[in-house]
Design a binder for this molecule. Structure first.
Ligand code: AMP
Length: 134
């Protein structure tokens, strides 16, 4: 299978601005940031999606994302962060190699998600909840 852009970064074949590296992941700056300082926590193993990745690795990556959040709040003085994973092409995932976005956010930064929220019909929510319970 062809290497992802992130595997090429991990292998040093293309440059990146690296903020952190350990045995399981790296943290780099996103090349097209939503806000400057937007970072990506990238699994070293090229799991294509969140769904493919073992829970222990996800747990480690979330701990690292927590450190990135703390760093962005401290250094960039951001007011909050969006921490998100696009999970599969249908969700907007462009690079099929697991990564967590940590995006600095500021009051009045003018950013927003493009989601259109829906409503449930009478009884639909409870019925769906019944099907989805685990
Ligand atoms: P996603 O849509 O969740 O797969 O996000 C992929 C992210 O990778 C995007 O935000 C891109 O801007 C970012 N990206 C793609 N190529 C590079 C690169 N060479 N260095 C840093 N970030 C990149």
């Amino acid at each position: 299978m062809e290497k992802t852009v992130f595997s090429r970064i991990i292998d040093g074949e293309i440059p990146s601005v690296k903020l952190h590296e350990d045995d399981q992941c790296i943290v780099i700056l996103d090349i097209n940031p939503v806000e400057k300082g937007h970072a990506l926590v990238i699994a070293k193993h090229p799991y294509p999606t969140f769904s493919d990745c073992p829970a222990a690795t996800l747990s480690h990556m979330m701990e690292v994302a927590k450190q990135v959040d703390a760093m962005e709040r401290k250094i960039l003085k951001c007011d909050g962060t969006n921490i998100l994973i696009n999970n599969g092409k249908a969700s907007g995932q462009e690079v099929p190699h697991l990564h967590i976005h940590v995006i600095p956010r500021y009051f009045n930064d003018g950013q927003s998600f493009g989601f259109h929220k829906q409503t449930y019909q009478d009884g639909e929510m409870a019925e769906l909840g019944g099907k989805l319970s685990f």
